[in-house]
Design a protein around this ligand. Structure first.
Ligand SMILES: [Zn+2]
Length: 278
């Protein structure tokens, strides 16, 4: 897709399955299963949508999926599938090698968003993208390096520490401009320093929401937030502001875990919001 002067491509790192209760938090199953039916293990299908943005000569990758380091046992638990290739395959289909990426932005450091940051070389994790700077919020980095009992399982050092060792880590202190057309904005709630990526060019706007709204229904309904959100009430207010902002600009929304709807536009009628495919 083209947004003004910017080229954007949603690139899949595969599909997996996640516990329905985890993705819909306090919402009763009787409500969420009408939107997204669960399988016999109570799991729902999840996409791993990453975004390649080419702006002012910079090749920018937003989120990196689970990547290639998972042990077979873990892949099986996640029911991870690559029917249409993984992130590196799909980058290759567009003609790009890992060395062509200039900037990697992680919305946050949960393993389904930064697992592809690193890859095993002779059994040792090293940065997958050798020429890239990795842009990560400073507070997210701190929370990942010093987790507590609740967050420990959601942060894996193998996805993080190799970036610092090679000098490829760039810590952000809040909102940050990437190019004249691309910027990172802190969208607090899922984690306290979660960030989204906004693209603005030629009067057109798009936003990669990350887990602020993992799927369209999370934006349509303010109270539907994941069980992983560390600050669910912050998520609610961040989503309220994001909805108003997106509606005003008719922004193209990109959903990281949306299976049938990786992107869409927000509409409002009365008090009801809904997302329509482009
Ligand atoms: Zn996620």
């Amino acid at each position: 897709m083209r947004l003004g002067n910017v080229e954007c491509s949603v690139l899949s790192d595969g599909e997996w399955r996640m516990d329905g209760g985890a993705i819909f938090g306090v919402v009763p199953k009787t409500l969420w299963e009408k939107v997204l039916p669960a399988d016999e293990l109570n799991r729902v299908p999840m996409a791993l949508n990453c975004l390649l943005v080419i702006s002012q000569g910079k090749r920018i990758l937003v989120d990196t999926g689970f990547g290639r380091k998972l042990l077979p046992k873990k892949s099986k638990i996640l029911a991870l599938r690559h029917d249409h290739g993984d992130l590196l395959d799909n980058l290759g289909h567009l003609g790009y090698a890992p060395g062509d990426i200039d900037i990697v932005i992680n919305t946050h450091l949960h393993p389904d968003h930064c697992g592809g940051n690193t890859i095993l070389r002779d059994g040792v994790p090293v940065p997958t993208f050798p020429n890239a700077q990795y842009w990560i919020q400073r507070l997210e980095w701190a929370d990942a390096c010093y987790p507590n009992e609740r967050t420990r399982n959601t942060y894996l050092t193998e996805n993080l520490l190799p970036l610092r060792e090679t000098g490829q880590l760039r810590l952000l202190h809040g909102d940050a401009r990437v190019t004249d057309e691309v910027r990172c904005v802190v969208t607090r709630g899922h984690t306290r320093a979660h960030q989204s990526v906004i693209i603005e060019s030629g009067g057109e706007t798009s936003v990669f929401l990350g887990d602020l709204a993992a799927r369209a229904v999370h934006l349509e309904r303010l109270t539907w937030t994941t069980a992983f959100d560390t600050e669910p009430l912050e998520t609610l207010e961040t989503k309220r502001a994001m909805r108003d902002w997106a509606l005003e600009r008719h922004a193209l929304l990109i959903f990281v875990h949306g299976v049938n709807m990786p992107s869409g536009y927000l509409w409002k009628e009365g008090d009801n919001f809904w997302v329509k495919a482009p």
